[in-house]
Design a protein around this ligand. Structure first.
Ligand code: GDP
Ligand code: MN
Length: 392
């Protein structure tokens, strides 16, 4: 799960990572008051949304007066914020963070990920602020990496090595080292799976400050961090994903028009791959799981269909622990409750496949049956394309 910048900065502050003072505001007049309260000649007004690239979309603005702060806030709050990470519709802005504006001398990048082979890794670059993806692609040598021992954290020699390579020396290098250690400690303590301080800045006055912060927590660790529930902002999350999570379904919304209902994460990924290979675009990832009940299948199918972009649905089940008849009955129950107005392609195989097929055949639903993955993919791509065309 993602959290807001202001929350990520609260966490960093607990680990003595310097951040600007900040005031969270919900209205333009609160932003105006916040400017006055900060009492600085320059402030920055920042949209708080669960997406990056806000600066590019006009969601981060420097202001020099309370009046200007109010005007900027009105504009940001009134419009959907479109950034390279939001999609073309953009996202509504409900909260703003007001911070003292900094005089930036240089911007650095710091990121943490969990690498499958190395474990937690801290990455740093002197090329902060700009597209880090571009730096990684064109000049990968400019991205420094230090694997972090999950027990010991980032060791002093690693922090110093990073600091020196970033161009710091003497006392400043020691300071940067401590900041890096604090960032790594925050990541480990709260079970982050992704974290970005972009940029970490050195100001003209010589201070090192985390100007931006993004943290993504590992949902699997929610049982040991009450802070996850406290910091969760479900208004920023996809409604269908929340509903799916309440029913223990792994559902991820995607941009295509082919709804997928699959059992097993591996088969779900394989299904998405083969749909793409056949020229289609999946509308979602959905793993209904192993010991799935009829009710859960019904819920899963309803979630898939509730996406207005879906123009056809593919059910791809390989019955192992999950039985094909249970899945079939769940689908029929769902269709009895809500009208099915898109083509349905079904590929069933494995445990109780005969009973499953019978249930579907006797349901009165129009079903396109498929034998094997390739046939299923070809049929669903054709069905979605035909239905999409009929719509537009
Ligand atoms: P993002 O676009 O969502 O990553 O938001 P950031 O918080 O990283 O802000 C985007 C950019 O705005 C930064 O890279 C800075 O160049 C600029 N910026 C943000 N805050 C300040 C500030 O206090 N002073 C100055 N001079 N620039 C700022
Ligand atoms: Mn940033």
């Amino acid at each position: 799960m993602k959290i807001h910048e202001y929350q990520a900065k609260e966490i960093l502050a607990q680990f003595n990572v310097p951040v600007q003072k900040g005031i969270v505001a919900h209205t333009a007049s609160e932003v105006e008051a916040a400017f006055t309260e900060l009492g600085e000649p320059l402030a920055v007004v920042k949209a708080q949304v669960h997406a990056g690239g806000r600066g590019k979309g006009g969601g981060v603005k420097l202001v020099k007066s309370a009046t200007e702060a109010k005007e900027v806030a009105e504009r940001i709050l009134a419009n959907a914020l479109i950034t390279p990470q939001t999609g073309p519709e953009g996202v509504p802005v409900k909260k703003l963070l007001v911070c003292p504006g900094l005089d930036i001398a240089k911007e650095y990048y710091v990121g943490l990920v969990v690498d499958r082979t190395l474990g937690p890794v801290l990455m740093a670059s002197s090329e902060g602020g700009v597209e880090i993806e571009e730096v990684a692609a064109k000049t990968p040598e400019k991205i420094l990496k230090e694997p972090i021992d999950p027990q010991a954290g980032l060791l002093p020699f690693q922090g110093r090595r990073l600091a020196y390579k970033l161009g710091f020396s003497g006392k400043k290098a020691e300071e940067v080292c401590r900041v890096m250690q604090g960032i790594a400690a925050a990541f480990l303590k709260y079970d982050g799976c992704l974290m970005e301080i972009n940029p970490l800045v050195e100001t003209k006055q010589g201070d090192i400050i985390a100007l931006d912060a993004k943290i993504e927590f590992d949902d699997n660790a929610s049982f040991r961090h009450s802070i996850y529930a406290e910091m969760r902002d479900t208004t920023e999350e996809n409604e269908m994903e929340i509903r799916a999570a309440q029913h223990q379904l792994s559902y991820i919304k995607l941009d295509g028009n082919i709804g997928c209902m699959v059992n097993g994460a591996g088969l779900a990924m394989g299904t998405m791959d083969i749909i793409k290979y056949a020229g289609g675009e999946p509308a979602n990832f959905l793993d209904v799981g192993g010991g799935v009940s009829r009710e859960r299948v019904t819920e899963a199918f309803k979630i898939v269909l509730s996406d207005p972009k879906v123009k056809a649905v593919l059910i791809n089940i390989f019955g192992g622990i999950v039985r094909c008849d249970v899945v079939a009955q769940g689908v029929v129950d769902a269709v009895n409750e809500i009208h099915l107005n898109v083509p349905l392609v079904v590929r069933l195989e494995g445990t109780n496949v005969k009973e499953g097929r019978e249930i579907l055949d006797n349901s009165g639903m129009t079903i396109i049956t498929a034998n094997g993955m390739q046939e299923a993919a070809d049929k669903i791509v054709a069905a979605a394309a035909a239905n999409q065309k009929g719509d537009s």
